[in-house]
Write a protein that binds this ligand. Structure first.
Ligand SMILES: Cc1cc2nc3c(=O)[nH]c(=O)nc-3n(C[C@H](O)[C@H](O)[C@H](O)COP(=O)(O)OP(=O)(O)OC[C@H]3O[C@@H](n4cnc5c(N)ncnc54)[C@H](O)[C@@H]3O)c2cc1C
Length: 400
């Protein structure tokens, strides 16, 4: 038996025998678990599932063992993902710790910072929010004004962030704050981590068009952080902020790539099934030829994108950092997701425009809200126009 075969056999033994023995019923593939001090449980066994996986480094298979990761190479890490998918288990833990600040700490953190924060991320103990955008600093992020005043080891924070996703559920924030307004706007920015459970931090949820309130305004009034939680040095935060955006854009692109991958693994084609259900079939084919074409096109594009994202995920596991090409994934993945929602809308017609009431079933009502939520995909993590600017400048080297 080779090492790879032994690893797979031990993993399968653990996933198929040990987990059910310890957990009873296992969480379904849709049970996204974000962790944190006050975790929301999408399934009764989600938390324990995360803990058992974390004990073996399997919440972050490719992160170094010394910080609690699995220390696995690309090939073995891929086996973990494949086996979870095969057994229809969810990832044990998701969130901005895993996808954004964790990889950034691995890149820029000191050993002390990694030892302090990475194990808590890997075990799902701390949930993170991202404090970047401000009312007057979105696309032009470097214009941010929320301030960080350094006073010895203490940092005093004042100002406002906006669109802080899930800030009302998060325990810690990673964010960028201005420590000096003297030089160029990209200078004098400090990237730091702060505990949100303190009197100087106030979070107010914002209600969105979809009816949900997952985004917040976050106000700081003499809030405190510690200089040991400054990443890459005071005033040098812009470099870190940009690197993290690369991870964020890859994550957003991958979200839709992974969604597509998951759809490829279910038998048949869910879009085609919807087409048959709402439009009827003629000679075994979806009755409307124009919508049939659109279904075929979106399905093929999803398949291609899923494969492209898989290649990029493999490269990331091999240690390649996301570059400006992550902007391409971000644009393509988000626009593809919006095209899918528009297509489902066309298939279901007025049944996809319900808000509540007996005339619509649950999946139709959910679809209406998901469609509205998808409008934000091409804004969050940097708008499509901004991604096009990045691609023009840094990928295609076009003149300004
Ligand atoms: C669902 C969602 C979740 C989010 N989560 C977070 C979060 O957790 N943390 C966080 O910090 N932020 C978050 N954001 C904020 C997001 O990063 C900003 O909304 C985004 O960067 C755009 O900034 P803005 O809203 O200020 O728009 P603006 O920057 O004011 O842009 C307005 C319009 O002008 C265009 N534009 C601006 N500059 C240029 C340019 N140079 N060239 C061409 N066109 C341009 C834009 O494309 C856009 O169409 C989230 C946003 C959304 C929608």
């Amino acid at each position: 038996m080779t090492d790879v075969e032994r690893f797979r056999a031990e993993l399968i033994e653990f996933l198929e025998r040990e987990l059910p023995r310890q957990l009873g019923e296992l969480p379904p593939p849709t049970a996204d678990y974000w962790g944190g001090r006050k975790p929301e449980l999408p399934h009764p066994s989600s938390r324990r599932f995360c803990e058992l996986m974390a004990e073996r480094g399997l919440t972050a298979p490719s992160w170094p063992k010394e910080y609690g990761g699995g220390g696995l190479d690309k090939e073995l890490a891929k086996i973990v993902q494949a086996e979870l998918r095969r057994l229809r288990l969810p990832l044990p833990l998701i969130g901005f710790g895993m996808s954004m600040i964790g990889p950034t700490l691995l890149q820029f953190g000191t050993d002390e910072q990694k030892r302090e924060h990475l194990p808590k991320i890997i075990r799902g103990e701390i949930r993170w929010a991202q404090g970047y955008s401000e009312p007057n600093a979105g696309s032009d992020l470097a214009s941010l004004q929320a301030s960080a005043r350094i006073a010895g080891d203490d940092i005093v924070i004042n100002g406002q962030k906006i669109w802080t996703s899930y800030a009302d559920k998060a325990d810690w924030m990673f964010g960028i704050f201005r420590n000096d307004s003297g030089g160029k706007k990209q200078e004098g920015i400090t990237f730091l981590l702060l505990d949100m459970a303190q009197p100087g931090v106030e979070v107010r949820p914002i209600k969105l068009i979809s009816g949900a309130s997952p985004f917040c305004e976050t106000f700081f009034t003499d809030a405190h952080a510690h200089t040991r939680d400054v990443i890459h040095g005071i005033g040098r935060g812009w470099t870190v902020a940009k690197a993290l955006l690369g991870h964020e854009r890859t994550m957003i692109g991958d979200l839709f790539g992974a969604g597509s991958r998951a759809r490829q693994t279910v038998a048949g084609n869910p879009l085609a099934d919807l087409g048959r259900e709402y439009l009827g079939a003629r000679d075994g084919q979806i009755a409307d030829p124009v919508l049939r074409d659109r279904i075929a096109q979106v399905s093929m594009d999803e398949r291609c994108f899923a494969l492209t994202m898989q290649r990029s995920t493999d490269a990331a596991k091999a240690g390649q950092k996301p570059g400006p090409e992550s902007s391409i994934f971000k644009i393509y993945g988000t626009e593809l997701n919006q095209r899918r929602h528009e297509l489902v809308l066309a298939l279901r017609g007025p049944q996809c425009l319900g808000w509540d009431g007996a005339g619509f079933d649950d999946s139709e009502l959910t679809q209406t809200r998901d469609w509205l939520r998808s409008r934000g995909n091409t804004i969050e993590g940097g708008t499509s126009e901004v991604q096009l600017n990045i691609i023009a400048k840094h990928v295609l080297a076009l003149p300004d």
